[in-house]
Design a protein around this ligand. Structure first.
Ligand code: FES
Length: 576
């Protein structure tokens, strides 16, 4: 493209035929005049706003600032609301619907007269979903992160999304805080629009979008309610118009090296385990064979430098990270790891974008000789319990469990597990390994964030605050604990996790990247012969399609028919 007379939207709007008559008259029905669109890039603003998504409340108004920028730069902005995935309120799992949103974005980009795309998202799955869609459509696109909410507060204590909910819920169950105190935490932990302000999945994924080059520099850490966020939104509007003129598409930005950059940055952030699933899916959409081993390899090389909850015993949150210099400052600390020549949405390289960025608080963004965690934050384990891999977050767990062997206590469903956890006479000690199955991509369905299995009431009252837990579920990025996640293949499809019996000895050895159950191959074969596959979770609708086509966690949980063969992108079909 590049030349305005070749704008894609002109196929709809510039011809002198009957179909164009219909298109033009319908745009005029909206109150626009040909002067509004003639020769101008049409910018679709995909707005992931709804009354059910508290993290995106400000998008209802923020979109006007994006439009302002588009108009300033000579474009024609049109807003397209999308299905909005409010992470906490949507059940059984927002991941179930990530691919639905991705398909919506991809198909609507294709279906409408669009030359460039602004993606407004941020709440957990919305970032990867919108980027997945834009990656496959491959028109010029820029991501506008919702920005984190302000710090939580109750009784003068800073509260962090998720992390403090889990922490104080355990205290509540252990009887160490009052009901009044608990109610104050409920009201004080989320006190503005914006995404979770710990280094959970939302901030992990928006930071990854920035490291990939798909946002303006620094955009991912600006608090949602900061005036800088409004100015950034207008800048995004201006920039996308120029991106259309430059024909700067995701395929020119999302290179193999850019995805490696994103993983490096994610590791230095002490990222959410969910990042693994989303980055693998997105990289494969872009045609790059990124897998679990890339995460494990980079994890061993990159220290955790961002001192943000839930890593270590940090008191800092995303607001502090922004004041400390945000992602450009963190990336300055990673120059020796990053490929700085990668193109970004600015039309400049990553290296040019972050030149001159400074760290303003050395305790929030640590120097290399004072990391939060000396090795990377994620580890990929393999063994007979997870032949295709599983994941753990060593930077957010009790280090006493880095190597552990104990007897399994196995649960097939969450209600049975919950009854056990609440039983004060349950037969369980700190050495046991709690194991939950049927919580994976097909079994959950949608891999609910059940992986941070709550601790048994009995042990909580004895003062225990961590133990080894294993599942094919995910866990929230704000969670912590010795939780082995994403076991693949999942139990629902007959992975070895389905064959474990209560009492089997389970070993995790994180330094050796090993997970093992002490059951012979012969015994496993015998158990497999007796295993009966559970009934499918859905017999109609989107869920039915999901269960037919969803890939396992180690492959990014994309639909098989949406993946791109490595080395080629889906591209833009020539519709008419
Ligand atoms: Fe929206 Fe956490 S619930 S980002």
């Amino acid at each position: 493209m590049g030349k305005l007379e070749k704008l894609r939207s002109q196929r709809w709007l510039a011809k002198n035929d009957f179909r164009s008559f219909n298109h033009q008259s319908r745009v005029m029905q909206m109150g626009y005049d040909p002067k509004d669109w003639e020769g101008k890039p049409v910018i679709a603003i995909f707005n992931n706003w709804s009354d059910y998504n508290p993290c995106h409340m400000h998008f209802k108004h923020r979109v006007e600032e994006v439009k302002r920028g588009v108009l300033q730069a000579g474009g024609f902005p049109l807003e397209l609301p999308t299905v909005s995935l409010g992470e906490n309120l949507i059940k059984p799992s927002a991941l179930l619907y990530r691919n639905m949103l991705a398909m919506e974005v991809e198909e609507m980009i294709r279906a409408y007269p669009v030359d460039g795309v602004v993606l407004m998202g941020g709440c957990d799955k919305t970032t990867p979903a919108m980027l997945l869609g834009a990656t496959s459509a491959d028109l010029p696109a820029i991501f506008l992160p919702a920005g984190p909410m302000l710090r939580g507060n109750s009784r003068g204590q800073t509260l962090g999304s998720g992390s403090d909910a889990f922490k104080y819920w355990d205290e509540h169950r252990a009887g160490t805080i009052t009901e009044v105190h608990w109610q104050g935490i409920i009201g004080g932990i989320a006190r503005s629009s914006g995404t979770c302000m710990t280094m959970g999945t939302a901030s992990t994924m928006t930071s990854i979008a920035e490291a990939l080059g798909m946002t303006l520099p620094g955009a991912s850490s600006i608090p949602a309610v900061d005036a800088s966020h409004q100015r950034m939104a207008t800048q995004v509007g201006r920039r996308i118009v120029d991106m259309v003129r430059e024909d700067l598409r995701p395929s020119a930005i999302q290179t193999h090296e850019a995805f490696l950059n994103a993983i490096i940055v994610a590791m230095a952030l002490g990222c959410s385990t969910n990042a693994i699933i989303h980055v693998i899916a997105q990289a494969r959409r872009a045609g790059h064979a990124i897998g679990l081993e890339d995460f494990d390899r980079i994890s061993r090389q990159v220290q955790v430098l961002a001192n943000i909850r839930p890593n270590g015993d940090s008191q800092y949150l995303m607001e502090d990270f922004y004041y400390a210099g945000g992602l450009p400052a963190l990336m300055q600390r990673l120059l020796h790891h990053l490929s700085l020549t990668q193109m970004t949405v600015t039309g400049r390289t990553l290296g040019e974008n972050i030149a001159g960025a400074q760290v303003w608080n050395e305790d929030v963004i640590r120097p290399l000789d004072k990391p939060v965690y000396a090795e990377g934050s994620l580890a990929v384990l393999r063994g007979n319990l997870a032949p295709d891999g599983c994941v753990i977050k060593p930077s957010a767990m009790s280090q006493e469990f880095l190597q552990h062997t104990g007897p399994a206590v196995v649960f097939d469903d969450y209600p049975t597990l919950k009854a056990f956890l609440d039983d004060e006479n349950a037969d369980v000690t700190r050495d046991h390994v709690l194991l939950l199955r049927n919580a994976g991509p097909k079994g959950g369905p949608g891999m609910p964030e059940w992986g941070m299995i709550p601790l048994p009431q009995k042990l909580l009252k004895q003062g225990l605050r961590d133990m080894v837990r294993i599942s094919d579920a995910r866990m929230s990025g704000t969670s912590y604990g010795a939780c082995v996640l994403h076991v693949a293949p999942e139990s629902f499809v007959g992975g070895n996790l389905a064959l474990v019996c209560t009492g089997d000895l389970i070993t995790i050895d994180i330094p050796a990247r090993r997970i093992h159950m002490a059951v012979s191959d012969e015994e496993l074969s015998r158990r497999r012969a007796e295993w009966v596959a559970p009934a499918p979770r859905f017999d109609r609708g989107y869920g039915h399609m999901f269960q037919q086509h969803i890939l396992q966690a180690d492959q990014g949980c994309d639909m098989d028919f949406l993946q791109t063969q490595f080395g080629e992108t889906a591209g833009e079909p020539d519709i008419f």
